[in-house]
Design a protein around this ligand. Structure first.
Ligand code: IMP
Length: 193
């Protein structure tokens, strides 16, 4: 079995990818390799931030690894919050505070077009590869639904009449930005390695 590190501390993301890749890969998390330092996300794009994380691990451990970064891009806000999605309302802001700020910024704005984007950076045998997943939609005027996390209650994906927070997780996890990027990564790992 080949070992690969997923540069994340998020147990849910780790478990999800472990299940998908269980046939050919042992997927290690950061704690499994004894890496307990916070990697600062100082990039100005999702691609840079994903790359910073995987490069840090690759350089220190010389092991195949990947990492991801996700952002919500809102057209009327010049594609913000983008890389700042997790800290839109300030450092350590909660999901609720970020959604409140978004709704406030879009008050009276007609153009509600938005997209979630996930970029995965993979270091494989010293070479870097990128995979992107994107889903377009619109931002609602108020919250709908209780499921999910982050901006889910106000994100209405194109082609559906419910927000991510109203969907069953099974459906969201099939069509989401992260699912699409992950699918490309998995296809690559299962066919190229
Ligand atoms: P991360 O790069 O996966 O940590 O995501 C950064 C931020 O984007 C999170 O803190 C959330 O606010 C937001 N986000 C990422 N994925 C989702 C999602 O699937 N639904 C809603 N918000 C998300």
């Amino acid at each position: 079995m080949k070992e690969i590190v997923f540069a994340t501390n998020n147990e849910n993301k780790l478990q999800e990818i472990r299940n998908i890749l269980s046939d050919g890969f042992i997927v290690l998390g950061l704690s499994d390799i004894g890496f307990n330092t916070d990697i600062p996300e100082t990039g100005t794009t999702l691609q840079q931030n994903a790359s910073i994380k995987s490069t840090t691990i690759y350089k220190q451990y010389n092991i195949n690894c990947f990492s991801d970064d996700t952002g919500l891009e809102v057209e009327a806000l010049g594609n913000k919050p983008g890389v700042f999605s997790a800290r839109y309302a300030g450092i350590n802001s909660t999901y609720d505070e970020n959604v409140d700020k978004l709704l406030q910024e879009l008050k009276g704005v007609e153009n509600r077009v938005a997209a979630f984007s996930t970029v995965i950076s993979l270091f494989l045998n010293g070479k870097e590869y990128f995979f992107e997943g994107r889903i377009s939609g619109t931002i609602t005027h108020k919250r709908h639904g209780e499921r999910g996390f982050g901006y889910d209650p106000v994100f209405l994906p194109d082609g559906y009449n419910v927000t991510f927070a109203q969907m069953l997780p099974e459906l969201k996890n099939k069509i989401s930005h992260r699912a699409l990027a992950t699918k490309k990564l998995v296809f690559f790992l299962q066919n190229e390695v």
